[in-house]
Design a protein around this ligand. Sequence first.
Ligand code: ADP
Length: 357
Amino acid sequence: MANISLQHLDKIYDNNVQAVYDFNLDVKDGEFIVLVGPSGCGKSTTLRMVAGLEDISKGKLLLDGKDITTAPAKDRDMAMVFQNYALYGHMTIYENMAFSLTLRKEDPNVIHKKVLAAAEILGLTDQLNKKPKQLSGGQRQRVAMGRAIVRSPKIFLFDEPLSNLDAKLRGATRREILLLHKRMNATMLYVTHDQTEALTLADRIVCMSMGHVQQVGTPLELYDTPANLFVASFIGLPPMNFFDVTVGDGELKGKYFTYKLSDAQKALLGSYKGKDIVLGVRPEDIATGGDIKVDVFSNENLGMSTLVHGSLCGAKTADAQITCKLRGWCDYRQGDGVAVQFKKVHFFDKETTNAIR
Ligand code: ADP
């Protein structure tokens, strides 16, 4: 069992920078939680507070119900995997993986068994006598994970573990981490700035901005029902398109298009009549065959789909820019006109930036 509860955590650094505000999260046993957000939003600080590498300025941290808010890192029974692997260059892979257990003076026979078992899980059995510099980046990251596994920690913490790998290895290592999680049934907290990693790895995502939690939910919840403009623009690639519109009688009036409301949408927006709101539409929720006019300026073929960048009604201003992800292989040229429709849209309150639901 390993559940962890972060209760009203604040972090204020010595220079008075507040990096984290009132962070609340209950992590269930075996859950894979991903903290995601842009650089500087407070993800690593939160993870480091959990690990005991940073003091908690305010709030409480419980591990299996026990208060560990001020417990030293070494007594927390957690293992952290860092971006830069942090392997010892002069030691073999075996020695690197055994190091923390040797330090704890565990029985050498037990250490041997644990290292071999972890190497087996990670496909490193043939590499144990090599030095880190003889291994590829992906293999080194696996050794770093192996070092965490042999300790059989209650919680695994990952701080941007894939950042130093190239795109192809990142995908492969991501799948390995997922398999590792399934195989070990371990509780994991994982930090990344990459929304794809968050969507593909997490049981639940915590999306952060400027020290504040914006939304906690499953990947589908964050993608399908983003809580506010920040989450809507951060989750999903290419990002959602946003347009200012005015709520009229049964329709939304934009500068470059009119959007007809369904009965359900009319009811939802009842209290916004006459007001300005933000309409969001994901590129993949745009299809050809409508009455919204896009002037194409570039066409990117992705194989199964085509990214079409353009502007509404050919307007040159920033508020007319739009990206559509159209099905199949398209061959639009710069200057072509294409008529599109919005298949699914999201509404946001202009003042609070919260989703209107
Ligand atoms: P992220 O992991 O999301 O990139 P961090 O948690 O590293 O963000 O940083 C959050 C904020 O705290 C940033 O504004 C950063 O500059 C600041 N910060 C991080 N570490 C320190 C520190 N040791 N002292 C002062 N400010 C810090």
